[in-house]
Design a protein around this ligand. Sequence first.
Ligand SMILES: [Zn+2]
Length: 300
Amino acid sequence: MEKVGHSVEVFLERSGLKSQLKKREYLFVWEKVAGEHVAQYTRPVKIKEETLFVEVNDSIWVYHLNMLQEKIIDEFNEHVGSKMISKIKFINEDFYARELSEKRQESANLTEKNHFSHNGHINLAPKEEEEIERALQLSPEYFRNQLRIIFKKSFLRDKWKKEKGAISCRVCNDPFFKKYPDDEFCPYCLQKIVSWMKILKNVFYNSPWIKYNAVKEKHPFLDERIFSVCKKTVMEGHEKRILKTLGNNRIDKTIQIKILKKAAHRYVLLAAEKEPPEIEEGDIVNILGCFPGLNQLINS
Ligand SMILES: [Zn+2]
């Protein structure tokens, strides 16, 4: 079920609905940051070059919100997981009327997408058709016909990409074309990883033992796969430092041990996912066992 749910999400992101979905994400963040009460009087419209445009249908609120601007920006960025905005422009406007016409436009756009055709030689296998139907069961009924078309289109495009030599992204499984031989993530995920890395580096620095669920409480948009990739990168950094220091014969031994102790300590906390008082002797031996000679050296 988990996998199917994920593919719905991926399909939406890859299809023409991506921007609408993004907009909904922002709406969600705005409500959390502004609070239910303020959210009633406000609508986030767009983000352009680090400026969030928010419509406010009551001029008194424009004044109050401007006073609170800095605090809101900090909280907004924290929720999104990157420094997405540095300014908020509050615009006094009655947005209810506009929302109504937007809704009409949205349904018109979706109907338009009914007319789609694909390159003749690629077709869906029965198993793929089934997968699409399963994914559709999770979406609201009135939406399914439109979604089916988008899903099929997206499936066919993925198949075509794979035929042309695309590989699957390690985070979202979406096929993409490598730019460099080491590429493992699609550009979309890579961008996400880079911005989450900035936040998670600090999180791991302050509490290396922290588990995904604890981080997610504070950062509801953090994907578990992104978390794993970032954690792995942080751990690999320590691994490299340990190996490099272990192999360095020219360094003063006291300094060498000091560096190794510090790096090993962090590495154990990250790998064991336990806070310092809970770490047992056995954890240390097991985890550091992959670095030959390390245990003897730091205990000497
Ligand atoms: Zn990806």
